[in-house]
Design a protein around this ligand. Structure first.
Ligand code: FAD
Length: 279
């Protein structure tokens, strides 16, 4: 299928992008990597009358250590994040997740910010952001604001981003020697969106774990924390964590909710082992 007609413009700076968004009265979308947006246009699931291409904006694609965190610019391509030594060292959970996103051609174009803004409930990066207790930086006509990941993802493809705002960067706490990361997903074929997945982060505390955060994906309308299981894992009780799994996945085209819940338990055992391993 072909998309409905739309106008196209390219923003050279963030200020220009925000001004264009503010000025245009109709349905407008930002174009980043286009790996999700173009498909929705071609399938006529969305029909904006203006696309603002943000790919030419300089300075939105950096990956940098900032204070106690790591900042990933919205336009950093998945492939750049995947190969970044800073990500490997200071955001190991994200490094574990990257190879599961689509295929190399998609990772060459798709952007970190695009994946967070699109908020597919089966996507890897939104779950990583929640597991890492990260935050999102947003620019709009009224200035910039920051939103914690737990508050950012609001529902099915729904976020705290307003239609006239630009997601500019994502920040996650930098890992240290006590950080433990775990990641697992099940997909019918490698590179497909996951049937079920989990991103996990914790701190080693003595022989146990503290600050355990489990964010499941593909099991609800957004990344889902499993708080009772987190508490059990902090006590070192893996069987208890699986029994306490506080998820209620809906049926979807991939599997029934009951199958998804069973798979979530299988994955939970895998990430529990990863979290408990010495680095
Ligand atoms: C075959 C295929 C397989 C895929 N498999 C996976 C997978 O397994 N896991 C996965 O997570 N993803 C997968 N993807 C999606 C891919 O990760 C996309 O790159 C990502 O979802 C969107 O990023 P993008 O840069 O392409 O955004 P775009 O497609 O350009 O934009 C997506 C949406 O986000 C908005 N947006 C983009 N950037 C910003 C911004 N900075 N501020 C505000 N709004 C913004 C756009 O307006 C649009 O509404 C797959 C895609 C394809 C085509």
């Amino acid at each position: 299928m072909k998309p409905a007609p739309f106008a196209y413009t390219k923003a050279r700076t963030l200020k220009e992008a925000v001004a264009l968004l503010g000025k245009h009265k109709g349905d407008v979308r930002l174009l980043a990597g286009g790996q999700s947006l173009i498909a929705t246009l071609n399938m006529r699931l969305s029909a904006p009358d203006l696309l603002i291409d943000i790919n030419g904006i300089k300075g939105l694609d950096g990956i940098a250590r900032k204070g106690k965190g790591i900042e990933i610019g919205a336009l950093a391509r998945h492939a750049e994040v995947e190969r970044s030594p800073l990500i490997a060292r200071y955001a190991p959970l994200i490094a574990l997740a990257m190879p599961h996103i689509g295929h190399p051609a998609i990772r060459n174009r798709g952007t970190f910010g695009g994946s967070i803004a699109f908020a597919d409930p089966a996507a890897e990066l939104p779950a990583c952001l929640v597991a890492l207790d990260g935050e999102v930086e947003i620019a709009g006509v009224k200035g910039t604001r920051r939103v914690k990941a737990d508050a950012f993802f609001k529902g099915l493809f729904e976020t705290a981003l307003k239609p006239r705002e630009v997601l500019t960067a994502v920040r996650v706490p930098a890992a240290d020697k006590n950080t433990r990361a775990g990641f697992a997903e099940l997909a019918r074929r490698h590179g497909d969106y996951a049937m079920v997945g989990v991103a996990a982060n914790a701190r080693a505390a003595g022989k146990g774990l503290a600050d355990v955060r489990l964010a499941f994906f593909g099991v609800g309308d957004r990344p889902m924390r499993a708080r009772r299981s987190e508490a059990m894992l902090a006590k070192g009780d893996i069987d208890g964590a699986v029994a306490a799994l506080d998820l209620d996945p809906p049926d979807d085209v991939q599997a029934s909710g009951a199958v998804k819940k069973h798979l979530a338990g299988v994955l939970l055992r895998r990430v529990a082992k990863q979290l408990m391993e010495e680095r």
